[in-house]
Structures are given as C-alpha cells and as structure tokens.
Design a protein around this ligand. Sequence first.
Ligand code: NAD
Length: 496
Amino acid sequence: MAKTFRNLIGGSWTEPRNGAYFENRNPADSTDLIGRFPDSGAAEIEAAVKSARRGFEIWRRTPAPARGDVLRRVGDLLVARKEKIADAMTREMGKVLAETRGDVQEGIDTAYYAATEGRRLFGHVVPSELRQKWAMTYRRPIGIAGLITPFNFPLAIPTWKMFPALLCGNAVIIKPSEDVPHTTHLLVEILLEAGLPPEVVQLVHGRGETVGKALVEHPGVPVISFTGSTDTGALIGETCGRMHKRLSLEMGGKNAMIVMDDADLDLALEGVLWGAFGTTGQRCTATSRLIVHRKVHDRFVARVAEAAERLRLGDGREDKTDVGPLIHESARRKVEEYVGIGQEEGAELVTGGKRPGGERLGSGFFYKPTVFAGVKPGSRLEQEEIFGPVLSVVRVNSFDEAVRVNNDVRYGLSSSIYTRSADRAFLAMQELDNGITYVNAPTIGAEAHLPFGGVKATGNGHREGGWEVYEFYSETKVCYVDYSGRLQRAQIDNYD
Ligand code: NAD
C-alpha cells in the first residue's frame, strides 16, 4: 500500500484539514503509485504563515555564519543521500538517473555556496560627506518567503530558492509542484535533520490554483519566488503588483542553438541531442530551435534525425535509457497538438511525430524524439514553448539572419552558437538577446555559482543562483552614525 504523506506546518507533520489527498504516480509507468499527498487549502497557508512568523523571530536573530553552518550540514546530508534522492526523483519525474543525480548535485553545490555566503553577506561602509560621521549599509532579512516551484528540476529549483532565502534569515513556505511532491518532502526532512529550527520551514502540498494562489495572496508573505510557465507567472505578477510584494519570476523559454558553416559538426551534433532531448525536452533551457547555416544545413539535419532515431526511450532508472517519459498525459497531448500545428503550417516532419508502439512503454507517457525541418520564422511551431522532445530546424543564409531569428521570439532565456570564429562568438555574446549564451555548448548547463535567468517574457529582471540572488532575499538597511556631538545637516552645513 502506498504511503500517505503530510505537510510540515508548525514544526510537525500534519494532515490537511479538509482530509483530501492527491496521487503521485510514476510517469514511466502510471500503474506505479508513489504516494498520496495533501490536497491542501487556504487553511493550511493560514496556519503555515502563523508558524513561519514564529520561526522568523528566532531565525532572523541567528548569526548569518551560524545559518550557513546549518546549510553546510544540509549539503553533507544531500551528499550522503544523493543516490536515494536521484532514484526517488526519477521515479516521480521520469528523467534518467544521470540527470537526476545532476539535479541533486546542483542542490549540493547551492548548499555549500550558501554556507560560505553566511560569512560574507557584505554591506558597504561609505565615506560620509560630514565630519565625524559614519555611513554604512548592511543586509537584513525581509520576513516570510513564499516559494512556488515547477516539476522539471524537483530538487535543484527548491534549493535555488530555499537556501539563499534561509541564509539571508527569512522563514520559508514552499509549495512544490503537485507532479513531484516527494523530492521536496525528502529535502525538507534533511533541513530538519541538519538542525534548522522547525518553524523556519513549512511545506504545504497542493494545487497551484488553490494553495499556490492562497500563498501568493496572503498579506503576511512579502516575498514570492516563482518558477513555472509564463501564463501562471503573469497571474502571480498581477497579484504581487497590487499587493506591493517583492517578486522573482523565472518562466518559459524558446531557446535556439545556432550552427554556423564553420562549426565542428560532431560537437554540435552531441550538443543538440543533449539540449533538445535531454529531460525529454522539458527544461526551461531546452534547445527547442536549431538555426543552421544553409552551407551545412542538409547534411547536419540528416545526421541529427538519424541520431534522434537511435535514442532509446524507457524508464529513466534503467541503464540503457536515453530519454524518459513526459510528465503526464496532458503534456504528451500538448506535444501532439504542436506536431499537428507544425504539419498544418507546412513544416517537414523528418522523424518522430508519434507515440512509440509496443507494450514495453504502454503504461508511460512516452513520445518519440521529433525533428521538424523547413520551419518558418514566425510560425507557431517556431515561436511557442512546447516543453517536449520536439526540435524545429530553421535554415538561414547568414550570421545576421541567425541572430534575427534567435531574437525574434517573446522569450529570452538561453542561446547557443557553434562556430570556430572568435570574432563571431564574441559578436554573438553581444547580439543574442538572452540571459545566458553558450559558445560551442548547448543551451543548457547552468552552474550554481553563476546568476541564472532570462530576459523578455522569461523573467522580471531578477536572477537565481550566484551572488545576485542574495540581494533578492534581503533588504538593504542604511545606517548613519554621527559622533560629532552637534547637529550636522547633510547638503547644507558642508556646502553653505
Ligand atoms: P506551472 O506554471 O504549471 O506550475 C508551476 C508551479 O506553479 C506549480 O507548483 C503549480 O502548482 C503552481 N501554480 C499553478 N497555478 C498557480 C496559481 N494560479 N497561483 C500560484 N501557483 C500556481 O509550470 P510547470 O508545468 O510545473 O513547469 C513548466 C514551466 O516552467 C515551463 O514553462 C518552463 O519553461 C518553466 N520553467 C522555467 C524555469 C526558469 O528558470 N526560467 C525553470 C524551470 C521551468
């Protein structure tokens, strides 16, 4: 019998007041029930905020280096449980074990980075314009941070948000994706074991439209960090704007890899397969468009199609599997819908475009790696986020045209260029309108100690990761200390 999980509220594992639960199933085999998780409501958010307020009062006064020590222990426990968490993650999310191990490693890197940040968290001491006066800034926590996460990086994304928020001295309430609740449960267990005071973290499971919405709308939660689709981010943005909340949005992408006529085609081939079909195309940074120079177009596309056909679909926990399932049936239907749209728009279906046959994969949400050629810039296939194993190839005549095609979409997360010309590589870094550009590497591969995020409809100007995220989770306080013993008027006494 599958296990029934609970929320973490008020320092203990609690049942939802409405008594409702939802099921978490393995997308590679929908007969495999992982567990039942609370289908919580607004009452749980209310209780979580009350508890987090108490947690915040303890935690904000804990010295930042001591907060960092807790996160170092979290990193150690993640190292010890890497294999167990990766296995649980593949079971509920579907991507192959090599990738879920990488997902845990990103959490480990984020923990150790946060631990050391506890001994930095720098402010500034600035010369005052007045005599015998000091001017300085320091960083203080804000309060309760509400964190809402998507399904595709079940451990890494919760850690990107929780660890810096905690290091800065905030209490957190996390609402993980209802598609992958188990991984966040395992992470929160580790936080408690590492010595985080229990009321500093609250875990509330449930659906976005109910419990996610209640978290965003709660007046006691001044900071919201959301990663997910652009449509959901827009809804959250409206609420946060109205309520004057601090908000970080990380949303959709339609990332392109450019292959120039002087590219190392063997390298580009490996890159595009990993970028387009890794995580079954369900990465925000997935390579969804391949922009190829006409001089190498035909032979390169033929090689991509042939290699895509050889990728083996299957359960991500089996050694031979290259590509796992989609997250659920509606994600697979969305892919099918876009394959239909591509055909109606006149693009050429080169390979894939259907579900795999046979019994072996019959109870999972699998779809064949799909390549379209002759995709027109501006078409829906070329413009809209599909979030599945579909690669759209656009043929171009020049570098300038490639840059134009890359930039002419509403999203702006990552881009990539394969070329042997240093001049072109630098020009690409300057001209490609994205938050991240890779040279001679695919559109994916963010490292935990660098800022991560996109421009245009992908984000709202904030970054996760690296040093920048610590600014998002803390408030700058300015302090002036006058030790002159007399009234000194800024802008007046020193300039009259
Ligand atoms: P989603 O928008 O469906 O859900 C994300 C989270 O938001 C879930 O926890 C969900 O329950 C919650 N939610 C849904 N409706 C809500 C509401 N009205 N109020 C509050 N919360 C609500 O996204 P998904 O399908 O889980 O993830 C895929 C999307 O995430 C893709 O668009 C992908 O590009 C994006 N993504 C972006 C990044 C990035 O860093 N830019 C990273 C990963 C994923």
